[in-house]
Design a protein around this ligand. Sequence first.
Ligand code: MV4
Length: 447
Amino acid sequence: MFKRILIANRGEIALRIIRACCEMGIETVVVFSEADRGAAYLDLANEAICIGPPRSAESYLKIDRIISACEVGGAEAVHPGFGFLSENAHFADVCRSCDYEFIGPSSEAMALVGDKNSARKIAQKVGVPCVPGSDGLIESDGDALKFANKVGFPVLIKATAGGGGRGMRIAKDTEQLKTAIQQAVQEAQSAFGNGGVYLEKFIEGPRHVEVQIIADHHGNIVHLWERDCSMQRRHQKLIEESPAPNLQQSTRQAMCEAATRLVKESGYTNAGTIEFLVDKNENFYFIEMNARIQVEHPVTELVTGIDLIKAQIRVAAGEVLPFKQADVVQNGWAIECRINAEDPDHHFRPCPGTIEKLIIPGGFGVRFDSHVHAGYTVSPTYDSMIGKLLVHQPTRPEAIACMRRCLNELKINGIKTSAPFQLKILESNDFQEGHVDTSWIERNFIK
Ligand code: MV4
């Protein structure tokens, strides 16, 4: 096992990784920018190393500075967390070239699944259903029109290097198609340096259901069931839960088996997530794979009882997964609310500032993962997520009741947060009946 791990991240996830390492008897080195200097979570690591100014491009994204910190701090491995360099195949490669194990997949597998067109090809090869669309990348307008007419309008043009909603264009008819392709190619070229685009039929008001997997270096691949992340606004998830409500067991089983086949075929190791769209008839379609631990991983931890960060570290160190597929059962119901420092009454604009008073809910089945405290100043430089409030209860109605109680108990003075908005969602009939989809917030709240 590693003696010392460097954490190439900040805030909540940095603290989450420090805590896991601490319990495993692993020392930690955490990097920080000038904006995060003095943050309390840094004191919980064995060593904290400043890697530059506030701007991410000059600190948390600077590969050479992070590698230097590994050297100075005496780390043996790097945990990238999520965001920043977590899905950068070049970074994974550089870490390993310098003999620091990257806690994640091989750079080859990361690049393979990170390219959405190649991930789609792998999925099709092993019988994982994909959204009907083009046969690979679009080579010409005529090519695109042929596929669009075959699957029917509207269609989505997606960047193969995109993901998470970046680099998508909708086309409602033949007339819009040519322009949509031009714009998508141009945007993709400037944003990702890769102008490759493909076409999919547009699925209206789908649910977003994703499958958590973890694979070791000995050929063992285990899925940890699914999460429903449909309750989102502009690709920012607000509430996640596991299991997915109103999903037949046969659908759930088929999705999880499909995800496992995809992972096996791609040679992927460590933790990953396979995203699916689910339509009104419970048809599911693979859309993309995330080659990192995700923000919402704790909902899966609560229902399966498996610590995913510890599992990531163990498989990266070459250990055999300590559980088999049959051991992983869904127990009860978990819900997560991402607490963001933003103002839901003003288009969710970021609300940096100092937290003056903080009352954190607790009690049976409650978990609050956060690096903030009274007196903490939320920086305008980074993502607005300041914590994740989670509940775990035997049933969905009990989980909802518990989350409502917790959101009422939570007091954060000095800044605006998303919590009152999440409370409104939890109070709605639709949510209580499990009638969730990716357009729900827009339909119900945005004028
Ligand atoms: C789609 C889609 C409808 N049809 N693809 C958005 C993020 C990226 N992961 C894929 N996304 C979508 N792809 C087809 N063919 C609708 C979305 C989508 C969405 C997906 C998941 C979660 C939230 C979403 C919000 C809007 C659109």
